[in-house]
Design a protein around this ligand. Structure first.
Ligand SMILES: C=CC1=C(C)c2cc3[nH]c(cc4nc(cc5[nH]c(cc1n2)c(C)c5CCC(=O)O)C(CCC(=O)O)=C4C)c(C)c3C=C
Ligand SMILES: [Fe+2]
Ligand SMILES: [Fe+2]
Length: 358
């Protein structure tokens, strides 16, 4: 059996490789970061392709295909690509002609690569892929194997586990591995919703936003992406992990229960989703509690995207202001902030234990 670890520098099997045996590159560890994915452009067909792949995923919408696919193909995908396309156009990175999620994911990957190469040199290769759209998970696994990665650490960049995010990203990674003749050894990174360095990075971003605000916000709303409430009853721990992040953040900031709250956004379809809904709650705060000044952060998102830049900073802001709110501060995601990158690098290093010389 050919063994790359024992092959000589030219990648030739020292024992019994025939002259035409394929060359084997020096073994490396691949670190593959994954995010959700994003449309390639904002026109109808690009949006339709992206939404079709996303909303056909059973981990995201788990209705029977017999019921769901006619509704999706005939009704939802004839309308939503227009409205979502317009929302994406309002936040598009025109300079790079790509969505903010893609721009930020590239910046995060470059920063993590720098840290990893400083620490581990050429032993590691860092790249990113998307669950839906481009660059695909399959193409990046292929590239890593081609580049000599005999081990791959797969990191879904979601602080909280949800079937609709981390699990489906992992599924796609495992499907990609199924196609490899010489399958690399694989590990997946655990959710990091309670990682002290992540909580600390969030807390610092909030302290900075509060210090820079014209008038100090009366309340911090931690708005997490929602999922159907039924997913919680069926065993998805996402809700509990979000609640824990808010509690740890409150403790780290030294705040009381009245200073901070947890809400959920982005409801889709007729089912009940996790509550309270951010859009209603910010209006209720202004109308019923007379709160004039709030800050909103989005701890479930590792990178700013349509859900934060458009939904929070446009729709949810409008809901607060229409209800009588006066000052709305959106606190950006951690993106490629140094504290975030260091936190993620710490999680990666822990998961590399035993794989590389630390
Ligand atoms: C339909 C069901 C959806 C579930 C369940 C869901 C869960 C979920 N999503 C994220 C993170 C992101 N979602 C994003 C966009 C987005 N999400 C849905 C639907 C569900 N998400 C749709 C239809 C869209 C597309 C935009 C739109 O048409 O409204 C994004 C942003 C992608 C971008 O390009 O900017 C992220 C990120 C989480 C964390 C989550 C459950 C925990
Ligand atoms: Fe979503
Ligand atoms: Fe819970």
């Amino acid at each position: 059996m050919f063994d790359s670890q024992n092959s000589d520098a030219t990648g030739t099997c020292p024992v019994h490789a025939p002259a035409d045996h394929p060359k084997v590159k020096p073994a490396k560890v691949g670190i593959l970061i994954a995010n959700l994915g994003t449309p390639d452009a904002t026109d109808y067909w690009s949006m339709r392709r992206y939404l079709n792949e996303f909303l056909s995923d059973k981990r995201v919408v788990d209705y029977s295909a017999w019921l769901w696919q006619p509704l999706l193909q005939l009704i939802i995908l004839s309308k939503r690509p227009f409205s979502s396309g317009a929302a994406y156009r309002s936040i598009w990175n025109n300079e790079a002609d790509e969505s903010p999620l893609l721009t930020i994911t590239k910046a995060q990957t470059a920063a993590i690569k720098d840290v990893m190469q400083q620490r581990h040199g050429d032993q590691v290769r860092v790249d990113f892929c998307m669950r839906y759209g481009n660059p695909s998970t399959k193409s990046k696994v292929r590239e890593m194997v081609e580049a000599g990665c005999t081990k791959i650490l797969f990191f879904p960049l979601y602080p909280h586990y949800a079937g609709a995010t981390s699990a489906t990203a992992n599924d796609q990674f495992f499907r990609a591995l199924m196609e490899e003749k010489w399958q690399p050894i694989a590990r997946v990174v655990e959710p990091y919703f309670e990682e002290p360095a992540y909580i600390d990075a969030l807390a610092k971003s909030i302290e900075t936003a509060y210090a820079n605000a014209e008038t100090k916000p009366e309340k911090l709303v931690c708005s997490y992406h929602g999922v159907p409430e039924r997913y919680l009853r069926e065993g998805d721990p996402y809700h509990c992990q979000c609640q824990k992040t808010t509690r740890l953040l409150k403790e780290r900031l030294g705040w009381s229960d009245t200073d901070i709250m947890t809400t959920f956004q982005s409801r889709f379809g007729p089912e009940e989703w996790l509550k309270p809904y951010t859009v209603n709650e910010v209006a209720r705060l202004a109308e019923e509690d007379g709160v004039k000044n709030i800050a909103v952060c989005a701890p479930a998102f590792s990178a700013d995207c349509i859900e934060t830049l458009e939904e929070i900073n446009e729709e949810i802001k409008e809901s607060f202001e229409e209800a009588g709110g006066e000052h709305f501060t959106y606190i950006p995601c951690l993106n490629d902030d140094d504290a975030h990158i260091q936190a993620l690098a710490g999680v990666i290093d822990r998961n590399l234990l035993g794989w590389i010389d630390q």
